[in-house]
Design a protein around this ligand. Structure first.
Ligand code: SAH
Length: 211
């Protein structure tokens, strides 16, 4: 936790603040990250670093999870969408803060193991679905917030369509393996969008299963 706070302080010019919402920090402190990493890496679970989780994917760095969650400005009654479940860590952090989390994962093996893990840990307010998150999850739309944890070449239109006016989409945008920026996209009451660029980031690419 101290490392996260330190890195937030160091990156305050990008973030526009020197400390995150204490509720977000409390949620990170509460989720047992060791339950989300492979057993052999349990010793590294509390390092402020990303780790491999199989299927060529990674669990995000705690600092990034904290920052993205803070940018979403979650409220207790919210229904939020996450694209890119991976191991389910970000979904669990969100589940500590909001009423309901829908999380979409495109790799079946990851979706199934994350769903089992979240259930085992008692996160009854998370639903994991297999699918292409670039299309969102229209069944439960509109959302009070959307977080994308894989980098898209541009903002998927379906996600804007599924976001409530006045609320936020947090998404890394850029080239796979190249320069990516974390964007905070606010949907205006008139239905338009206002984009704010924050940190340079490195996420795995958002795959398009349909080519
Ligand atoms: N949120 C995770 C990090 C996930 S890494 C955490 O908390 O640690 C990104 C994930 O996005 C990977 O699991 C990858 O399989 C998934 N992904 C990539 N393209 C996707 C798509 N089009 N739809 C849904 N998930 C996708």
């Amino acid at each position: 936790m101290a490392e996260i706070a330190e890195e937030v302080e160091k990156t305050r010019d990008y973030l526009g603040k020197g400390a995150l919402d204490p509720r977000v920090m409390a949620a990170l402190a509460k989720v047992p990250r060791e339950a989300f990493v492979p057993e052999k890496d349990a010793g590294y679970a509390y390092d402020n670093a990303p780790l491999p989780i199989g299927c060529g994917q990674t669990i995000s760095q705690p600092y990034i999870v904290a920052v993205m969650t803070d940018m979403l400005e979650p409220r207790a009654g919210d229904v939020v969408l996450e694209v890119g479940t991976g191991c389910g860590y970000q979904a669990a952090v969100l589940a500590e803060l909001v009423a309901k989390v829908y999380s979409i994962e495109v790799v079946r093996e990851l979706a199934e193991s994350a769903a089992r893990r979240l259930e085992r840990l008692g996160y009854a307010n998370v639903e994991v679905h297999l699918g292409d998150g670039a299309l969102g999850w229209p069944e439960a739309a509109p959302y009070d917030g959307i977080i994308v944890t894989a980098a898209a070449p541009k903002i998927p239109e379906a996600l804007i369509a599924q976001l409530k006016s006045g609320r936020r989409l947090v998404i890394p945008v850029g080239e796979p393996g190249g320069y990516q920026e974390l964007l905070v996209v606010e949907k205006t009451l008139a239905g338009g969008i206002v984009e704010r660029t924050t940190l340079p980031v490195a996420f795995v690419p958002l795959k398009s299963p349909l080519g």
